[in-house]
Design a binder for this molecule. Sequence first.
Ligand code: UDX
Length: 444
Amino acid sequence: MKIAVIGTGYVGLVTGTCLAESGNDVVCVDNNAQKVATLNAGGIPIYEPGLEELVKKNHRDGRLTFTTDLAKAVRAARIVFIAVGTPQSDEGDADLTAVWAVSNAIGDALRDVPPGPPGSRIVIVKSTVPVGTNRGVAERLNAKGAGHVDTASNPEFLKEGAAINDFMKPDRVVVGVRRPEVAEVLRELYNPFLRTERPFIVMSPESSEMTKYAANAMLATKISFINEMANLCDRVGADINDVRKGMGHDQRIGFQFLFPGPGYGGSCFPKDVQAIIAMGRHTNLPLKLMESVDLVNDDQKQVLGQKIRFHFQNDVKGKTFAIWGLAFKPQTDDIREAPALVLIDELLAAGAKLRVHDPEATANVRAIYGDKLTYCDGPYGAVEGADALVIVTEWKTFQNPDFEMMKKLLTTPLIFDGRNIYDTKVMQNLGYTYYAIGRGKKAY
Ligand code: UDX
């Protein structure tokens, strides 16, 4: 099928590339000429495992091209994906400026094309958008004289760092349509990724838009829930690792997304939780649970700082901390809403010196903090001469370090672990003072 993807951000680029990989003819459109030039030269603007190779391969084979010419790409396409950003507005709503601008441009481009049978041209909203946006897109197309074009909602459920796999092997594909013919075209498009056991779920655009928010709200709730339980474990002498296992075997609860940590970050959960709260506000329904999820998460981002303050009796002035992990999670260079930034701000304000290391996100952090931090290429370099190590993100390279060597590099064997990646007994036997999250004691 001929496809145009508008927006070559994270979602658009992954979507376009994976659809090209399955044999479609894909044009990715962006109004940033620099970005388009980079992509056409074989570079990619983000770090995502496996993406660069796939972009290059499909670009070389001619199935994936990049352009700034929206009208031409849209006119040639049977399917147009809108995958532009929906950032958070000052009120917490999703800012739909880009979605509306693109809808109008698509309407202009398609005004003169002759109408075909149902499903012959479909504009699909992939961006995460509040309920009612699909209807708004259809209205804009109509106002531009392109009312014969079908619209659909098709939210993405991609995890950064695993996006290619998530697209190629989705747990499910959700589509929101007004006409069954449109669903059939989308089923055909997604068929290579579905196999028999992967559900393709058809619903209204409103339900589809809501599904995305409800799914992310549930996942964020699980994290705030387990973080709250972990904090209680710290106070009552229970170990959240055991509690989590004991809970997870109940199949109604499960094991996933119940890892306590320094709070969720990234481009989705914080923004989507705010947006769903805003949707409630607009309909006079205060979403008390979601508001709490958000508050708990804000507090959780302070937890590592609290433990550090407790240990050093509120005086970290002149102390040096090694920080491992700056990205909001492993396998990405993304630092949006990352808990590490909250910790860095707090420690800098308290007069501490910081030696930071992250396998991918250092450049993004340097762009914010400049020479306020010492950037280290490797984990051991960061630890050298530090008074304590703080782990904020659980990159695999941090899982099995040489603890004996680290003891020599640190001034004191002291670790604050925000991701519970080490065994408390092992750390004790090695002679470390070990703070973790919800392990039943303030420290081991
Ligand atoms: C998320 C959703 O998973 C995805 O379906 C949606 O499309 C976009 O938002 P992403 O933001 O890439 O994806 O990250 P995810 O892996 O879900 O993690 C989000 C945050 O939650 C990270 O900060 C992570 O560290 C934290 N987290 C996750 C926990 O603290 N504990 C957990 O058990 C799981």
